[in-house]
Design a binder for this molecule. Structure first.
Ligand SMILES: [Zn+2]
Length: 66
């Protein structure tokens, strides 16, 4: 889905207009947060840290395995 909504930098007015704010003529920004990425760039580093801090023990069986 495309992000159609824009928000005015000056007055905070939400609009579907692309070029400028219909209320005050101000600059528009995209009010949406960045999309969540399933590709975690830091998963390797976090895993390494957990192993080093002995939070995660690789030689132990997980408790949910019978
Ligand atoms: Zn405005």
């Amino acid at each position: 889905m495309n992000w159609l909504m824009r928000k005015c930098k000056n007055c905070g007015h939400y609009t579907l207009s692309w070029d400028k704010c219909p209320v005050c003529g101000g600059e528009l920004i995209i009010p949406h947060p960045p999309r969540f990425s399933p590709v975690d760039k830091y998963v390797g580093q976090r895993l390494k840290m957990k192993i080093e801090k002995s939070v995660l023990k690789l030689d132990e069986k997980p408790s949910y395995v019978p």
